[in-house]
Ligand binder design. Structure first.
Ligand code: C5P
Length: 322
């Protein structure tokens, strides 16, 4: 794509990273904080590279969007279980026609994509990403906000009181043990997701608020690892990929913005902060580099869409048969 300048190459590997980042990635590849264990067949690296439609079928068949409900053990035995939604998210939400997934990348700055983003039926945003003051570039509609447990727990985000979190449907997740066993997770969350969930629900009882089942993150992680030629970080995928797959299960068409960087690509981490670090776009803790390879391969839009709009087009699971 010479004329277009550089866009994401779907065979990015850690060898293409700078020295510092390569080291960080290697450390995470070796660390295995969550006890990832692959069976023999899963460990073998794939010789044959799957096509976009084949990858889409894998995702549809092997990643089930599940959220916690009150009858699940061990929650069923807790008095606060009634704070959890009665029904899973996929029963309450959608189906939607068009959905926008707005990454928080610095390259959204000066994109002018706000109107286009808001024209979707549903808009997903992540963590502390604001719209106020950035409407021209990121729009103002927020239907779903996917948040990690770190945002819920850290002092500086003021999760319980900030108005940032009070619009739209909240969906939270926390890096869980690879077993995805709820009991094990409950006793070993990365951040106090359940304590914060209870507090938030009592303060905002009317706002829909779901918790992703940890099997989602690890099912998705396996799809990424299984389709890469090298070991990826043994940490869950980023919120961005989780949100993308969540919307693929609810929408006919999903447009993802600035997950694959456009011509505006920058080391600026978030469009709403001054902080710069290439790790935000290329990944350090999260296997973000490999997530992007997978998304690039599944993209049904043009390379030009990526270059000018940072836009990827993915079909919803209900729109194709495998
Ligand atoms: O940093 P945060 O996780 O809140 O950003 C939301 C998502 O946007 C990330 O999980 C990642 O998938 C994506 N992102 C990105 N490049 C950046 C910043 C964020 O791809 N520079």
């Amino acid at each position: 794509n010479g004329a277009l300048g550089e866009i994401w190459d779907d065979e990015m590997s850690s060898t293409m990273l700078g020295k510092r980042l390569r080291k960080v990635v290697q450390n995470y590849q070796a660390m295995n904080k969550y006890g990832v264990q692959l069976s023999g067949s899963e460990r073998a690296t794939r010789r044959h590279k799957l096509s976009g439609p084949e990858l889409l079928c894998q995702l549809k068949e092997m990643v089930q969007i599940t959220t916690l409900t009150p009858e699940m053990k061990p929650f069923a035995g807790f008095s606060w279980a009634s704070l959890l939604p009665q029904r899973p998210l996929t029963s309450d939400l959608g189906p939607f026609k068009t959905c926008a997934v707005v990454s928080s990348a610095g390259s959204l700055r000066n994109s002018g994509l706000g109107k286009e983003i808001d024209s979707h039926d549903t808009v997903v945003r992540f963590n502390a990403a604001p719209t106020a003051g950035f409407e021209k570039d990121v729009g103002s509609k927020t239907t779903v906000r996917l948040i990690n447990s770190q945002v819920m727990a850290s002092e500086d985000h003021h999760f319980l009181s900030s108005s940032l979190y009070s619009t739209g449907i909240l969906v939270a997740w926390d890096p869980a043990p690879y077993s995805s066993d709820l009991n094990e997770w409950y006793n070993k969350t990365d951040y106090p997701i359940f304590k914060q969930y209870q507090r938030y629900r009592r303060l905002h009882p009317q706002q829909p608020f779901y918790i992703l089942h940890p099997s989602v993150e690890w099912q998705l992680w396996r799809r990424v690892q299984d389709n890469m030629g090298e070991p990826i970080q043994k940490n869950p995928p980023s919120s961005g990929l989780l949100g993308t797959v969540l919307m693929m299960s609810l929408c006919d068409v999903v447009h993802v913005y600035e997950f694959l960087p456009s011509r505006r690509k920058t080391e600026l981490c978030h469009y709403y902060q001054r902080f710069s670090d290439a790790a935000c776009t290329l990944g350090a803790y999260h296997p973000l580099l490999y997530e992007k390879n997978l998304v690039k391969r599944m993209n049904q839009g043009s390379d030009r869409d990526i270059y000018t709009h940072g836009r990827v087009t993915l079909p919803g699971f209900s729109t194709f048969n495998c």
